[in-house]
Design a binder for this molecule. Structure first.
Ligand SMILES: [Zn+2]
Length: 248
């Protein structure tokens, strides 16, 4: 496959995960609270399963295999770094968010762009390892970005931004996914030795999003019925990644 063909696919997958999810989120905001209430809870559980599977079945095994037996600890450390980096970013965003409403919107957009950049880079790193892994990662990105972008839009509107302005700015921030994919694709193609660490780092960020961002939201719903529903949706997310990663 030509390098241009590969890059085009990476950009398409990152646009699917990062930009299309933001577009779909805009639609949800326009549709209103009822559509959100019906579709978001199962989607969050599905995304949790998809993220855990993309990290544990796809990115981490590939990272350790690519790094080889001599570098297992260093690759593992990259995963820990990814987890802690996202923890630090969220810490900063939360601390500043409480300061004043005037800084909320720029910080949300900046944090969103940074997060999307890493998502795009993860897709590019996955693609350079195996196309199937990139498709699985893009699905996991899309599934968690949809509820996350809806949440971001809600905060932007709450901070006083007009609806049109919030949608456009949020969409612009989502383009960072494509930029991240473009930059990571070239950087990792030039420095293949970094690929195992980039994959492990990306796995760490996906694990953080699943366990620290999505799981707390799942716990807000009580009762056996909702627990079973969440487990079933999460299992469907795992299955979706298992199948896409295995087939392509
Ligand atoms: Zn994301």
């Amino acid at each position: 496959m030509s390098a241009v063909g590969g890059l085009a696919r990476v950009l398409l997958l990152s646009a699917f995960g990062g930009v299309l999810s933001a577009l779909a989120a805009s639609l949800f905001v326009i549709l209103g609270a009822r559509a959100r209430r019906a579709l978001i809870p199962p989607l969050v559980a599905f995304a949790t399963g998809a993220l855990l599977a993309a990290a544990c079945l796809g990115l981490l095994p590939e990272a350790f295999a690519a790094g080889g037996p001599a570098h297992t600890r260093a690759v593992g450390l990259a995963a820990v770094f990814g987890l802690l980096a996202f923890f630090a970013i969220e810490k900063i965003l939360r601390a500043r968010r409480d300061d004043a409403k005037s800084v909320t919107a720029p910080l949300i957009l900046l944090g969103d762009a940074l997060h999307n950049f890493v998502d795009g880079a993860a897709i590019a790193g996955a693609y350079l390892t195996a196309p199937g892994l990139a498709i699985a990662t893009a699905i996991a990105v899309f599934a968690h970005e949809l509820p996350r972008e809806i949440g971001d839009l809600a905060v932007l509107l709450d901070a006083g931004l007009g609806r049109g302005r919030a949608l456009v700015l949020n969409l612009l921030a989502s383009l960072a996914a494509v930029a991240g994919a473009l930059i990571a694709y070239h950087a990792l193609a030039a420095a293949q030795g970094l690929l195992p660490y980039a994959l492990a780092l990306a796995a760490g960020t996906l694990l953080y999003v699943a366990l620290a961002s999505l799981v707390p939201a799942l716990h807000e719903r009580r009762g056996l019925r909702s627990a079973l529903g969440q487990l079933a949706s999460a299992a469907a997310g795992v299955l979706a990644i298992w199948l896409t990663e295995g087939v392509a």
